[in-house]
Design a protein. Structure first.
Ligand code: AMP
Length: 144
């Protein structure tokens, strides 16, 4: 695969150099079971081409990759018998990324499974939200 990273474990899976329990494969995408599942059926969807983070990917490649997510989630629902799932995509160490090759986790969820995020919402100080909005809209305008 062009741009493959010889040190990347997921590039090695794409190249067939290390095994994986593959679920779906196209010319651009690969889905396989996570080797350390948080729940039965926990799977990963990756682009075959090496990108470290989602923001490194051209939008067309993201669309091509993510179109597989609904189908994968439905298959998990059929097999794991759970209608609930999280789609998780970590970028960078502080965000929990351990493998620097873009991947989407699809994780089946059950009531009381004990998985979950610490989720402590805060409130913006007056004016802070508006300021951020202004900066973000400007940044968005400058990104092609
Ligand atoms: P993240 O923390 O988002 O980077 O997640 C990396 C995921 O890759 C973890 O859930 C690992 O269990 C999984 N993983 C690492 N190596 C392999 C492998 N050889 N085959 C399948 N999954 C893997």
């Amino acid at each position: 695969m062009p741009g493959a990273n010889p040190d990347c474990v997921f590039c090695k899976i794409v190249a067939g150099e290390i095994p994986a329990l593959k679920l779906l494969e196209t010319d651009q995408a690969l889905a396989f079971l996570d080797i350390g599942p948080l729940a039965d059926g926990h799977l990963l969807l990756i682009p075959k081409q090496h990108f470290a983070t989602l923001s490194d990917m051209p939008p067309e490649s993201v669309s091509e990759l993510t179109r597989h997510l609904p189908k994968l989630a439905r298959a998990l629902q059929d097999v794991a018998g759970v209608g609930n799932y999280n789609i998780l995509q970590n970028n960078g160490r502080p965000a929990g990324q351990e493998v620097d090759h873009v991947h989407f986790h699809v994780i089946p969820r059950r009531e009381g499974d004990g998985l979950g995020y610490r989720w402590h919402p805060k409130k913006y100080e007056p004016g802070r939200g508006e300021k951020l909005r202004e900066q973000l809209v400007k940044a968005l305008d400058s990104i092609i």
